[in-house]
Write a new protein. Sequence first.
Length: 136
Amino acid sequence: MSQPPIAPIDRFLAALRAHPRRFALGVLLVGVLVVGPMLGDAVPRDVHLRYAFGPEHASVREAHVAFVLDGAEIQAARFARPDGFPDRLDHEVSLAPGRYRVEATLRADGSLRRVERLLRVPSDGVVLLDLYERPR
């Protein structure tokens, strides 16, 4: 005579009652394997940026750089150099993965200019953001 279809389920439940810690560990491992990659996409990553100010870098006195995602400013940084900026400035920022709009406002001797760039996170290595707006 064959076993009723409920017999394998009964054996499984008996094994669970006999080894509850093993079952809990198994559930935890499956959860980590399934949910872990999804959570990993939301974890901020350090991004190494290098801002390039162009040939007029010595006249730039202040820079405000904002990182905008889906219309909301996520982070911002302000740099001030009364004696002018170097040609390039390194900056490390922690951002969650996504496509950011970088809005830079540069104050130079008597003028203000705004530059927008795109940044995709994650990025490997040093990301160069050219903040020099060339004349058209």
